[in-house]
Design a protein around this ligand. Structure first.
Ligand code: HEM
Length: 490
């Protein structure tokens, strides 16, 4: 962007003192050492030294924009969520798209799932939809998340990406297979953020005022359609323009070509959930559309670029625990762990008062029991009591619902869910689906082979075996293609 700002302010030091010559450091004579009294220089350097904050531990590379969520269809029979209460009602949003495994400057076109996180600034609080562009995920036991992510990032010794550990993890934790089928199809390399869908993945609950609820999955389907790079194109673009998707999104919005997504919901009653073939708390499975049809309820449109990348895109902090009345988390253990993890990482990455950063501020909040802490800048509730005082009684919302349907009783057990034949069924469905579009199965085989060829022989064998459980010929096809790739393994 060409700089267009008209500056009427006089340049000062950070404490507001006018600076006579901003480009000169103070020194003794013409060649002597610098003077410590040169506050302008010292302060400038000290601030520069602290410009970087920790990058997100995952999803570090991203791009974002403001927008609007508009209700298009009445779903008040499903939820009492206020922002969904009326057709035509609009809610301000901020969306951040991301890749997962790469660092903050890594290429946008990498083979990776994409994050699709949207903050809705509703009148009853922030609602964060922290979605991915795939309807399933790699794990169903959250204790695997850190080690799984380690294998998709860098080797602790070489600091290199490592195909052996990448496939070693996946071939020995085969509940990932459905997600692997998606990742190594051409959907693993979307053309840009505008051309992909977003999915809640987890079951959430839509709750009514009387406490009755249905389980839901939310889908944001791209109105631009799906467009992907093929494997070699994605690699080429990564070299030529690592910021391809960031630029594509920014340019489209500047040209007023506002990208949009139509929002749908799938619903399942608790009774249906009990009879469903898979656990609805298993994030590696989808709910078949023919059994649980999509119901349209809204549209998300992105229509304003941020003014400042760091302030808005880098500092935005999403959390699946940011929910509003009428929408609740389900008992999915991965979701339950995420309810903890995001706010925890924000406190580390941005500080305890991260919700005061303008992009993260709810429209209104009143919580005088949370006080003080680093970088408190909002007045800190002034003199209002910091406890439940009888001199300053607080107002509470009455009539809060409780759910009659959900009552949990059981022994504390180690959560363990062995991989069974059922885990390959939807992956197999995905393989057959690829077969309906000419060239897609061939691309899948090539995409796997070109990555797997860098792994060691043992891990390759484990991986061929895994794919033959999806389809008896698929393992051999991948073996055949992998052995024809230029030798890359160690
Ligand atoms: C980012 C943890 C699974 C979607 C993150 C971050 C953490 C994290 C720590 C960095 C947040 C930040 O620094 O701002 C976890 C854990 C998971 C998990 C512990 C499982 C146990 C998932 C799943 C999805 C998902 C299943 C999607 C359905 C995202 C997205 C972001 C993200 C979209 C980027 C948010 C942004 O743009 O700032 N995750 N995650 N994660 N995660 Fe997860």
């Amino acid at each position: 962007m060409a700089p267009t700002a008209v500056v009427s302010e006089v340049y000062t030091t950070s404490n507001g003192c006018p600076v006579l010559n901003p480009r000169a450091s103070k020194r003794v004579g013409t060649d002597g050492p610098l003077l410590l009294e040169d506050f302008h220089l010292i302060d400038l350097l000290a601030h520069f030294d602290r410009e970087r904050i920790p990058e997100r531990v995952v999803h570090a590379k991203g791009a974002g924009a403001y927008g609007t969520f508009e209700v298009t269809d009445d779903i008040s029979d499903l939820t009492c969520a206020n922002f969904l209460g009326e057709v035509g009602k609009k809610t301000k949003t901020f969306t951040r798209f991301s890749t997962v495994g790469g660092e903050r400057a890594s290429p946008d076109s990498a083979r990776d799932p994409r994050g699709f996180a949207t903050k809705l600034y509703t009148e009853e609080g922030l609602l964060d939809w922290v979605f991915n562009n795939t309807p399933v995920f790699f794990i169903r036991d959250p204790s695997k998340f850190p080690l799984f992510i380690h294998t998709q990032k860098r080797d602790p010794q070489t600091n290199l990406k490592d195909a052996t550990m990448f496939w070693d993890y996946l071939s020995t934790n085969q509940e990932s297979i459905h997600q692997v089928m998606t990742l190594f199809s051409d959907r693993g390399t979307p053309y840009g953020y505008r051309f992909m869908h977003g999915f809640s993945g987890h079951a959430f609950k839509f709750v009514k005022a009387d406490g009755a609820f249905v389980y839901v999955q939310i889908h944001l389907l791209s109105d631009q359609g799906i467009k992907n790079f093929e494997n070699d194109e994605a690699i080429k673009v990564a070299g030529e323009n690592p910021d391809f998707a960031t630029k594509d999104l920014f340019d489209a919005i500047e040209k007023h070509e506002y990208p949009s997504w139509t929002a749908y919901v799938q619903t399942m009653t608790p009774e249906q959930a009990e009879k469903f073939k898979y656990s609805i708390f298993d994030l590696t499975k989808i709910w078949p559309h023919h059994e649980f049809p999509l119901r349209r309820f809204g549209k998300l449109t992105l229509n304003k670029n941020p003014d400042n990348y760091f302030a808005e895109v880098e500092q935005v902090a999403f959390s699946p625990s940011h929910l509003v009345p009428g929408i609740e988390a389900s008992a999915d253990p991965v979701l339950q762990s995420r309810l903890f993890s995001y706010n925890d990482t924000h406190r580390h990455r941005l500080g305890v008062n991260y919700l005061q950063i303008p992009v993260n501020c709810p429209l209104k909040a009143w919580n005088p029991f949370e006080r003080d802490g680093g970088m408190r800048v909002d007045g800190n509730y002034g003199k209002f009591p910091n406890y439940q005082s009888s001199f300053a009684p607080m107002r509470y919302k009455r009539g809060w619902f409780t759910s009659e349907h959900e009552q949990w009783v059981g022994k504390a057990l180690d959560f363990s869910h062995e991989v069974t034949e059922a885990d390959y069924e939807q992956a197999r469905g995905m393989w057959h689906l690829l077969g309906k579009t000419p060239g897609q199965q061939e691309n899948f085989v090539y995409n796997v082979a070109s990555h797997l060829s860098a792994a060691n022989r043992q891990v390759q064998e484990q991986t061929f075996h895994m794919f033959s459980r999806v389809d008896s010929r698929l393992g051999d096809r991948i073996r055949d293609r992998t052995t024809k790739m230029p030798k890359k393994h160690k």
